[in-house]
Design a protein around this ligand. Structure first.
Ligand code: HEM
Length: 427
């Protein structure tokens, strides 16, 4: 309810803080008041307009001219002068790639680079994903205990991303170590004194990405999205620019890695907390594809995304000024009763699970969605087959790194009795 002080900001809106408290624990539940009473509100704390209902979030995604994606990756914490100088030392020049690129540059580029993401191309990656998954499970299957995040879900999506991009095997370890340093540091919300170390890691990552790209240019016949991009560039240099390729070599790893790692960790937590559902998918693996979709809806790894209003407009009847920054809370939209019946229930037989907005919607919708789905399905297929008796370590506390958008538990501890492993009985 609006206060009577003359201030246009309600008490709930004034109290909204996505960095601490209820939003971190459960973003959808923390915004139930908004979906019910004030579905579009201004947050003075954040300086953003917050949009929480399904139809409104979808309408914002649908119009990428009126609602520009240009601020999607903008730093919330400004970079210090020293850090900027460090980045300059490495000629760091990350440019817009795809996700934050406006029209008319975005669509022609997306169109010519889409082919490697089609289901017909993705099947070629399936054996690699399954082999990696099996190798990682082999390492701990006989031990009886694992942290699924540290021992598998963090690294496998990174390695899959490197394969998908077409990085040669001999460069994978180095690129993987930079990428891990970069994301771990970025996620840690660096203090001013840490920012230079972060900038060093990012600068090295940038330079190494450039080197790998130069090598690919000498022989761009290989498999993978980056060699494919180099071949397209030879035909259409204005659409696929050098700056794009260098930036995407680095941004592509990040886009494919954290999102999928977090989504998988969320899925295992959710399924194991709902034991009867876990047992159902163990008994009938044909339920896995929709279970993955329902996990992405109920507990997605991208909790919110951003857009910039390029003109005066209205959203859900609320006036929005030109230049307004929008936080569109997909995790809230995914729990909107107006679109999903009993939206808080975890129901792997739900018919419209795949209507979720975790991959965005419209002209920028996630290009990697089918790769991410494939990875998650293979993880679940392998675990339900090899470790159906696995359970969450009781009473563990799940922690999340405070930020508005990326969401997944830091650790997921599981345990089981190795004597009961099905493969011991039937190797
Ligand atoms: C864009 C989420 C995995 C590549 C996006 C967007 C979201 C998203 C929210 C912005 C959509 C919009 O603005 O409408 C996710 C989630 C993932 C995932 C939740 C895992 C569960 C991947 C993977 C790749 C990838 C594996 C593979 C390289 C991209 C690209 C874009 C994008 C290239 C930009 C598309 C464009 O702007 O046209 N993703 N993503 N993503 N994603 Fe993903």
């Amino acid at each position: 309810a609006l206060q009577t002080t003359g201030c246009p900001v309600s008490a709930n809106a004034a109290a909204f803080d996505p960095f601490t408290g209820p939003y971190q624990v459960d973003p959808a539940a923390s915004l139930r008041w908004s979906r019910d009473e004030e579905p579009v509100f201004f947050s003075p704390e954040l300086g953003y307009w917050v949009v929480t209902r399904y139809e409104d979030v979808k309408a914002v995604f649908r119009d990428n001219i009126l609602f520009s994606p240009s601020i999607a990756l903008e730093k919330i914490t400004p970079v210090s002068e020293e850090a900027t100088a460090t980045l300059a030392k490495y000629d760091y020049a990350m440019a817009r790639t795809m996700v934050n690129e406006d029209e008319p540059a975005h669509m022609p580029r997306r169109r010519v680079l889409m082919d490697p993401f089609t289901p017909k191309e993705l099947v070629h990656h399936e054996p690699m994903v399954r082999r990696l998954t099996r190798e990682y499970v082999d390492r701990f299957v006989e031990t009886g205990r694992a942290d699924l995040v540290d021992e598998m879900l963090w690294e496998v999506p990174l390695t899959v991303a490197l394969h998908f991009l077409g990085v040669p095997e001999e460069d994978m370890d180095e690129l993987r170590s930079y990428s891990i340093a970069h994301t771990v540091n970025t996620w840690g919300r660096p203090a001013v004194e840490e920012q230079v170390a972060v900038a060093e890691a990012v600068g090295k990552f940038w330079q190494y990405a450039g080197k790998v790209l130069d090598k690919m240019r000498k022989d761009p016949s290989g498999h993978g999205w980056m060699p494919f991009g180099i071949r397209v560039q030879q035909e259409q240099p204005d659409v696929v620019t050098d700056s794009y390729l260098h930036s995407m070599m680095m941004a592509g790893i990040v886009a494919a890695h954290e999102t999928t790692a977090n989504a998988s960790a969320n899925a295992f937590r959710l399924l194991l907390e709902n034991r009867s559902v876990w047992e159902e998918i163990c008994a009938d693996p044909s339920l896995i594809p929709n279970a993955v979709e329902e996990c992405l809806r109920h507990s997605g790894s991208v909790a919110a995304w951003r857009r910039l209003a390029t003109d005066d407009t209205t959203i859900g009847g609320v006036d929005i000024p030109k230049g307004a920054k929008l936080l569109i809370v997909t995790s809230s939209a995914n729990h909107d009763e107006r679109h999903f019946d009993n939206a808080d229930d975890f129901d792997i037989r739900r018919e419209n699970s795949s209507d979720h907005l975790t991959f965005g919607y419209g002209s920028h919708q996630c290009m990697g969605k089918n790769l991410a789905r494939m990875e998650m399905q293979i993880f679940l297929e392998e675990f339900t087959k090899r470790l159906p008796h696995m359970e969450l370590v009781p009473d563990q506390e799940f922690t999340y790194l405070p930020n508005t958008s990326f969401r997944g538990p830091d650790h997921v501890l599981v345990q089981w009795d190795p004597a009961k492993n099905p493969e011991r009985a039937d190797p």
